[in-house]
Write a new protein. Sequence first.
Lengths: 441, 165
Amino acid sequence: MMQFPKDLRRRVETFAAGPDGGRPPLPIDPRFWRSPLRSRRFTSILGLTLLVMLTLVIVCGLLSYASYNPRLAGNDPTGRHGLLGFYFFTWPTHPVWLYRLTQSTHVLLGLASIPFVLAKLWSVIPKLFELPPVRSPAQAIERISLLALVGGVTFEFVTGVMNIQLYYAFPFSFYTAHLYGAWIFLAGFVVHVAVKLPVAIRAVRRRGLDPDPEGDQAAAVHDPDGPDDLRAVEPAPATITRRGALIAVGGGSALLVGATLGQSFDGPLRRTALLAPHGQAYGNGPNDFPVNKTAAYRGITADATGAKWRLELRGTQRLSLDRAALLARPQSTHRLPIACVEGWSTEQEWTGIPLADLASMAGVTGKATVLVESLQKNGSFGKVRLAANQVADRRTLLALKVNGADLEPDHGFPARIIVPAGPGVHNTKWVTALTFVPEQA
Amino acid sequence: MSFFRRRYGAHPLHLLVTVACLLVAAYAAQRIYVSTEDWWKIGLWFIGCVIGHDLVLWPLYALADSAVLRAARGRAALAQPPGWINYLRFPVLGSALLFVVWFPLIARRSRGIFEGTVGEGVNGYLGHWLIITAALFLISAVAYAVRIRRASMPRTTDPTPSTDQ
């Protein structure tokens, strides 16, 4: 214990002595960064992999937003998209697994990217502390764009990963933050790729994709990296080769994907999703498949869905039908998936009345959109509009039964919508009213 | 052209692309501003993300790594086959990665919402993560044992130095 003041004094003296007087270097000193793994080629391999993966993640993410048909009134969960809706197109209804594909790709590739993003950030962090901080106006403006890139990627991954496990600890709307955060990230991403892609390709092409440390040192004699050089000035002895490090990163990706992939499939494969919310085993009954939002959570009472329940059909005429009347009409049965924005999905067999038939009953023929209203007391998707192509598709059902049995309350009893290729929230549960609106020519 | 390059530091296209992209980012930020009252909270989280990884997470994993190395100096280095450090690192990193990504479920942080959403209990994830961690260590141990065994077997041909760990 008496050592403490002496020890402290010695530490202060060492610190004051400076880097050559025995003090360990600070991060702004290149000698601080001792990993022998760092090199421009190592970073380039990570970067090129991320270029492919993140481009797909971004495209699937933007498609997900388009799938909500945000141009229809009330359908946009993010607020006011302005010019950022330029690419919208009416979401198709085939193939029926379209949204299932795009959204599970978005989530799974996103998870797979995490180890690569972490490794890449680690590999370039010496540059954060490099002096002088600004070499030229070009470099200054590039560093500003890095705020969008690094802040954006971290923000997107943090909000995304929290959302898929229903951890809504962020004090704002997920949709607004995640979508516009994605555009901010995309801006930084485009700058980064535009500036660094030629550098990365050159670095990788020099020796193929072989990340051999000795080869790198030899190449340095002929082609020094200049101000972009990431190699350690005083490398510590290697404890792992670059190839080994890349295998570790790839292995991390495989691990994350492997533990989540099961969420996108029915049957025994689902149970391999050991860490994901919808990987539980369900029974073999007709209603044993994943639920998103129970009836209780949405304030649905047995009273509201019991004998008193009526489906209000509105068009040029108004009709009020009870469940028996609906069941008496000709039913259609289709196998259709429900795919959630969180990346999981399930496929079941649905029986009900095509929306097109209900439109005719309401006196609406020709192209029409529909406003679907639910009994649910909270949540953002209690009212949803379906586009004309979705109404016209004979596979779009007001489902009354699933797998031959009545819907259970958690699955939307007495009636729910099922839309082929649509995002999960458009499969409205506990439907109470359908208002058909003819499309203006 | 080279006058511009000297003053600016790069090709004019660099300026064009960067400014265009920053304008898009600014527009997206403005969309956030008009869409929600919580725009400043989003901004705060965004800044937190900028600072968070580089100045918080990175020192943590650098420290962890150097701590292990110091403890095992001399005996764990790559050059002395078969070094064990990587057979420790892989399962630790794999397990840590899974924990960092899935900790809200493992630590049952989202309990209330989870039960209302999924309709099932939020238990079991800790157990799953522990099993996966155990499996990772087991696989690594087996791989290491195999490696030691192969290294101690007499070589009949001219050995080529192994270049992987």
